[in-house]
Design a binder for this molecule. Structure first.
Ligand code: ZN
Ligand code: ZN
Length: 214
């Protein structure tokens, strides 16, 4: 996929390479990497740095010219290309195990406004779900209590920051607030992971209203 505009951050790629991400984020990162040559190449560079640092002896070995040796080692590391997915599925390879097949096997639940979701089973450090947003439909306006990664698998959405098409990933953090709207023409299917519940702006006033009688 060559028209990807929104990529993983270096921080996410390094954390993925070091194996320190929650499982839900790992899945989103791995799925983007499977769709994106650019991030796959950068991840291999970080893997090489990680490998070279681990091999460096003694442990303080990034001084005394060994940094140059490390760089030389990286330069000599052959590029390992991840095998292209071979299965005939309409889902990227990393997702197939979680879904148990392809898009037709996803067990969707309605969440209102025509939006459907399927929560995927991962450890509890981050939740990850597939979202099916009808063309033109809006997601609720929300903020974030932690980090949210949203990867577009099909269609496109727009929010206050930009347009995200197939393969694009949006990295939202605590300071970000947005209202994704699926583009007209095609339903939007996303893979979204968050390490804390979202902050829905409309809900609290609505829930509180009958009690407050205002
Ligand atoms: Zn990328
Ligand atoms: Zn969000």
């Amino acid at each position: 996929m060559n028209d990807i505009k929104h990529h993983l951050t270096d921080a996410l790629l390094i954390a993925y390479s070091a194996g320190s991400l929650p499982e839900g984020f790992n899945l989103v990162v791995a799925t983007h990497i499977s769709m994106c040559d650019e991030c796959r190449a950068r991840m291999h560079e970080f893997d090489a740095v990680g490998g070279a640092v681990m091999e460096a002896e003694p442990p303080m070995g990034l001084s005394d010219g060994s940094f140059a040796a490390t760089l030389a080692k990286i330069a000599n590391t052959p590029k390992v290309e991840t095998a292209a997915p071979t299965a005939k599925s309409d889902l990227p390879a990393p997702l197939q195990d979680y879904v148990g097949g392809d898009l037709a096997d996803v067990k969707w639940c309605k969440v209102g406004g025509g939006v459907r979701q399927a929560i995927l089973k991962t450890d509890k450090s981050a939740s990850v779900r597939l979202l099916h947003i009808p063309a033109g439909a809006q997601m609720p306006d929300h903020g974030h209590r932690g980090m949210e990664l949203t990867l577009v698998l099909q269609g496109a959405f727009k929010d206050e920051t930009d347009r995200f098409g197939a393969g694009d990933i949006e990295v939202a953090s605590e300071d970000d607030h947005h209202q994704p709207v699926a583009e007209e023409g095609q339903d939007c299917i996303c893979l979204a992971a968050a390490d804390a519940p979202l902050r829905f702006n409309g809900w609290i006033p609505r829930i509180a209203q009958p009690f407050l009688r205002i």
